[in-house]
Design a protein around this ligand. Structure first.
Ligand code: GSH
Length: 214
């Protein structure tokens, strides 16, 4: 990949930005990270990235959005080690886990954001939805040691980012949820540990700015 720059639009607190950072780090790539001009969703940013979401990747004349699509693109152009396993069934399972994390688990976690620093208690229904999705997630995880099998991959990146958010919310909202994860932690991988540490610091700053315990 010599000579081709990877420019990433991302923000410090965005869970999907963290997911992409972990994928880039696992791939051993260098990238230049910039914040979206005017913030995500702004007109100046949408002039560059039509979706208005972070993360986005600018590479070789293309502007790509959606974390899964970006990570699969990096696999397909041969950038660093593959983050999807070999074999159609294993790949389908890894993609299904990643979709579950992005479309079921993460939204159930995100539903707690409005309560951070607010006087209102988390409604029992919101909490029940989250613990239900955590149970379903635990039920679909394979034998490991990583979500994607023998080596860390696409679903691990998304999961480690969401787990960091959940740990922050658990403290900020005193949820008392059991934080036991079914597979190995990204913190044990030297290439991911610093990114996860920086992400947790950003999340703690976000919670503290809202007056919540960190
Ligand atoms: N499915 C997208 C989700 C990206 C996303 O929703 N990112 C949030 C920040 S974590 C965002 O850009 N929100 C602004 C918006 O939806 O307009 C992905 O995987 O990249």
């Amino acid at each position: 990949m010599a000579g081709t720059e990877f420019r990433v639009y991302a923000t410090p607190v965005s869970v999907y930005s963290c997911k992409l950072r972990l994928a880039l780090a696992l791939k051993g790539l260098q990238w230049r990270e910039v914040e979206p001009p005017g913030g995500y969703g702004s007109a100046p940013y949408r002039a560059i990235v039509a979706q208005g979401t972070v993360p986005a990747l600018v590479h070789d004349g293309a502007v790509l959005a959606e974390s899964d699509a970006i990570i699969e693109y990096l696999d397909e152009i041969g950038a660093g080690p593959l983050l999807l396993p070999g074999g159609p069934q294993a790949r389908a399972r890894a993609r299904a886990l990643s979709r579950f994390i992005d479309t079921r688990l993460e939204p159930a976690v995100r539903a707690l954001f409005p309560f951070v620093g607010s006087d209102g208690a988390v409604p029992e229904a919101t909490r029940a939805t989250l613990s239900g999705q955590m149970d379903r997630f635990a039920a679909i995880v394979g034998p490991g040691p990583y979500l994607s099998g023998q080596s860390p991959g696409l679903p691990d990146c998304g999961f480690w980012a969401v787990a960091a958010v959940l740990e922050t919310l658990n403290r900020a909202l005193a949820l008392d949820l059991a934080m036991r994860w079914p597979t190995l932690a990204g913190d044990d991988l030297p290439e991911c540990a610093d990114h996860l540490r920086a992400y947790r610091t950003a999340l703690a700053g976000w919670a503290a700015a809202r007056g919540a315990p960190t």
